[in-house]
Design a protein around this ligand. Sequence first.
Ligand SMILES: *[C@@H]1O[C@H](CO)[C@@H](O)[C@H](O)[C@H]1NC(C)=O
Ligand SMILES: *[C@@H]1O[C@H](CO)[C@@H](O)[C@H](O)[C@H]1NC(C)=O
Ligand SMILES: *[C@@H]1O[C@H](CO)[C@@H](O)[C@H](O)[C@H]1NC(C)=O
Length: 635
Amino acid sequence: MKSWGEALGRSASAHFSRVGRLRRAMLLLAVAACTGVALLYWRQQTGDQAHRPLHSLYSGVEPQWSWVCRNERCERLLATETTILQSLATCNMLCASTQLWPQPTGPVSLATAAVPVRADAFTLQIRSSPSRDVSDHLSDAFTLFIEDLKSLERTGSSESRRSDIGPSRDVIVRVAVNGSADPRLRLETNESYKLTLRPGDGVLYVDITAYSFCGARHAYETLSQLIWIDPYAGSLLALEAASIEDAPKFKFRGLLLDTARNFFPLNEILRTIDAMAANKLNTFHWHISDSQSFPLKLNSAPQLTQHGAYGPGAIYTTDDVRTVVRRARLRGVRVLIEVDTPAHVGRAWAWGPAAGLGPLAHCIEVEPWSAYCGEPPCGQLNPKNPHVYKILEHVYSEIIQLTGVDDIFHLGGDEVSERCWTQHFNDTDPMDLWLEFTRRAMLSLQRANKGKLPEVTLLWSSRLTRSPYLERLDKKHFAIQVWGASRWPESRAVLDMGFRSIISHVDAWYLDCGFGSWRDSSDGHCGPYRSWQQIYEHRPWIEEMPGMSTGAEPWLIDGGEVCLWTEQSGPGGLDARLWPRSAAVAERLWSDRPEGATADVYLRLDTQRSRLVAKGIEAMPLWPRWCTHNPNACL
Ligand SMILES: *[C@@H]1O[C@H](CO)[C@@H](O)[C@H](O)[C@H]1NC(C)=O
Ligand SMILES: *[C@@H]1O[C@H](CO)[C@@H](O)[C@H](O)[C@H]1NC(C)=O
Ligand SMILES: *[C@@H]1O[C@H](CO)[C@@H](O)[C@H](O)[C@H]1NC(C)=O
């Protein structure tokens, strides 16, 4: 233990991370290779004794501000008024809060001292792995982790650089995965991990244990949050010791992006997946088609894009999808592609008669649209045309093959217009048609999935998921994505009936709300804007709702999902719509801490936002930069 203190004395932190009057008690669970003892260890940081003229240490612009940790908060001082020079980033990391996001759910101990590291001095050792596939994923994900560190390192090099930060440490990352041989995120994947970081002789040792590739990958992500760029040092710094145990509270932590209302180029999607992974969100719900456009070019049904895409520049090829899936898999994210049916279809399905297949859809672009659908244009599949189910089988089969996700599937299934079907099939109750469509779509899915239904098939909540129709859906196969307002009774009915569910309440987790109407009639859009605090504080699973205990089944909530419908967003504004608000959902679903948006949450989210910005994600500020410069002063 003493050697840690000595290491500190020799290291950079003696010169630039020392701050006046900081005292902090910390418990370090040192998993020393030979002894494995836990030690209680106090570190007292005292004022800088070096008293070197600051300007002699810099080759570039001299820093204007310095931050010192006093009473567990960083205080900003003019650099000329202090002999201690410490950046805000370093002060935040070494002062009071953990700065981790999402907050781990198990025990956490962090050192209050830092050592310099270099991105090119990290090595990976795979100690044990259940399969070659998992080992390959561990290596490839580690390469991504290093690339992220390198780009972070480059952001420091343009600023002033100090010459006295001491030698940097090599970092040896040792990973042991004991569990699933399948690197994919599955419904049963155990995402927990343990991470320890401790100094050795001129080296930092990182030990990661997990039960799956995804768990180990989350550990990389947490490790990356213990490393930051010190702009004054022009170098990466890492905490010199840490011990973290962590596991998510909810297993489904999703983000929906609609690429049908407006098209998003591939790089926007890849960047979004990187940002999701940085927050340990694990499901990219790709609402890829709607009545406005069908950008997914499938080999089995190219007509859908020919008739449905906005243009040649607004198409996702199968290679594009593979690129997204590959990136997502290395980030511990599943890609859940939803081709919404039977409603929310449009011109993409208009080629049936010309191809000799009869009408595949009805009410395509019918007027007045408001009589047949929630927003223009309308369109609804023809539930009585057998060719529809054959095409769906091919579409589903290709989606499963492209994404490698066969344990969970999304059928869509919301907002059917009863009037549209009644006009075409006046001898059948439209609700019966809807049930029949759902049953036959499930048969298509089963055939597409080699004769086996996925463990979970998701449907959006709708009239079909209300009594008396809900009773006619099989709980063994269907789960409901509940999007209605949290106070709507049907939001509860599916839970009380014992259906598995994913929560996406419109009044909490819809990111498209609050931007006014995009058409002259003002009905149909949602408002107001959902702030990150409202998003964070939404915990419908603990709400005391009347009648909650009256003989209802236990609620089976697999998780939640934040949704961005894109009537009013496009590539230019994507990041600001999503971030940092999606990070708020991510912590709700990973940690589910009972507290609301406390001061600690503001400070950690502000740090997380800076991390996203450093990754090139244009997340919105939480507040004026002055509040970032003066932590706690705005709270
Ligand atoms: C994996 O876990 C099992 C059960 O906990 C244990 O018996 C086994 O020794 C572990 N294997 C390795 C390589 O750690
Ligand atoms: C993961 O597996 C370990 C070992 O079997 C178990 O202790 C832990 O509860 C599991 N965690 C989750 C989230 O399932
Ligand atoms: C039902 O539709 C058929 C064929 O479109 C039409 O001949 C018939 O009059 C309709 N019946 C009613 C009650 O609208």
